[in-house]
Ligand binder design. Sequence first.
Ligand code: FES
Length: 110
Amino acid sequence: MEALITLNITDLNGVKHKVETPVDMGLNLMEAIRLHEIPIKALCGGMALCASCHVILDSHHQLPEMSESEEAMLDDAFLLDIPNSRLSCQLKLTPDLDGLEVRLGESTGN
Ligand code: FES
């Protein structure tokens, strides 16, 4: 049986997208955003090297702790001071994230 979770993603134009995404494919949040054709730059392809996949968490989900590389990248990009900032490419989708609400950060571009 395919496990699906619902993600609520607000794009840079303020448009809300409610999408269903499988959790059994090993996708991270950036890949799920791309899968649903919501514009996101993600310039480094998910290596935690560019911060252009920046998102802001708007729900109360407990996210996994940041790795040192994610924290360093957000810090370098001056995004760490924006509350609930994360790199979407570093967030692996799990069943716990059902109903997640995020909005794309300004650094993500169109
Ligand atoms: Fe570059 Fe996430 S895609 S840091």
